[in-house]
Design a protein. Structure first.
Ligand code: NAD
Ligand code: UDP
Length: 312
């Protein structure tokens, strides 16, 4: 059945891939963005599709439209960008959630929240399961993002409990791929851009901290599968790739795959940088029948190809 779908943050990295996927599945897509970190270049190839509509709007302001489903992705995701204007980041998460949940309630739409592994903070259990409450510093430099996303989750479960809004909460772990912003400071884009430009590769700390990297196509499959679950499923459900690497291993792999002459150098570790992160995806496997398929090397090769063509 053809659905009308609103994607907030649709001109961003994940949002643009989601819009493309939904159009390919035969749906009508309304892409809302304020272009803070996203850009028209990410969705320019979709503009000629008559079922694609672009809306310049800030999610902190109310918006009314008739749709069947809402994917709420609007929020800067990289530490540099979300710490640039931390109060705005909190407003985007919290007021954005209130506005989109209010809309979902009014028009009886299903709504999915792009939550994050950051709700677990610097986790004391490993791997992270959905029932873990997290270890977040409420007054640290990451709190505008972490606490904003935690408050959004609370809003989602309470709109469900109080108003029977059909909600889905998905906790996304580090995802990478084409259309990441080359200057947003996230580790995969940073290392690839540095390697391709022959610049030093900046490992923060001793590089012993870990992350588990999911390729964007896998993530989008998980996101659509989550939205398609029946109304008895609200989540939260972790979606990410459980293959865990140290940041130093990632740097070495990027150097090897690009054939770069860049040197790996070490810089100080940012405050509250989580030491380890790996999703437990048992629920995603059981409930969504989903698991990631793309290995890190394969995903990195595709991402390197993208950056080769986009950076000068
Ligand atoms: P991104 O920065 O590329 O995309 C975010 C988009 O939201 C951008 O297009 C930006 O312009 C838009 N936006 C920001 N504030 C807005 C506002 N007030 N009103 C309207 N639009 C606004 O980041 P991304 O990686 O695509 O992340 C998308 C979502 O997924 C975010 O909510 C993020 O928190 C979540 N997420 C991403 C990751 C990841 O690894 N990529 C991990 C966990 C969670
Ligand atoms: N990182 C790094 N060098 C960089 C950028 C990031 O060593 O140039 C590290 C960062 O300190 C963190 C990890 O890579 O430990 C992932 O950082 P990112 O900002 O991509 O995501 P997050 O910390 O939000 O998981």
């Amino acid at each position: 059945m053809k659905k009308k779908v609103l994607v907030t943050g649709g001109a961003g990295f994940l949002g643009s891939h989601l819009c493309e996927r939904l159009l390919n599945d035969g749906h009508e897509v309304l892409c809302m963005d304020n272009y803070f970190t996203g850009g028209k270049q990410n969705i320019a190839h979709l503009l000629s599709n008559p079922y694609f509509e672009l809306i310049r709007h800030d999610v902190t302001m109310p918006y009314f439209v008739e749709v069947d489903e809402i994917y709420n992705l609007a929020c800067p995701a990289s530490p540099i960008h979300y710490q640039y204007n931390p109060i705005k980041t909190i407003k985007t998460s919290v007021m954005g959630a209130i506005n989109m949940l209010g809309l979902a309630k009014r028009i009886r739409a299903k709504i999915l929240q792009a939550s994050t592994s950051e709700v677990y903070g610097d986790p004391t259990i490993h791997p992270q399961t959905e029932d873990y409450w997290g270890n977040v510093n409420p007054i640290g430099p990451r709190s505008c993002y972490d606490e904003g996303k935690r408050c959004a989750e609370s809003l989602f479960v309470n709109y469900h409990a109080q108003n029977e809004v059909r909600i889905k909460i998905m906790r996304i772990f580090n995802t990478y791929g084409p259309r990441m912003h080359p200057n947003d400071g996230r580790v995969v884009s940073n290392f690839i851009v540095q390697a391709l430009k022959g610049q030093d590769i900046t490992v923060y700390g001793d590089g012993g901290q870990t992350r588990s990297f999911c390729y964007v196509d896998d993530l989008i499959n998980g996101m659509v599968a989550m939205m398609d679950t029946d109304d008895s499923i609200q989540g939260p459900i972790n979606v990410g790739n459980p293959s865990e690497f140290t940041i130093l291993q990632l740097a070495q792999q990027v150097v090897a795959l690009t054939g770069s002459k860049s040197k790996i150098i070490f810089k100080s570790l940012p405050t509250d940088d989580p030491m380890q992160r790996q999703p437990d995806i048992t629920k995603a496997r059981e409930i969504l029948k989903w698991e990631p398929k793309v290995k890190l090397e394969e995903g990195l090769i595709k991402t390197i190809e993208y950056f080769k063509n986009t950076i000068s």
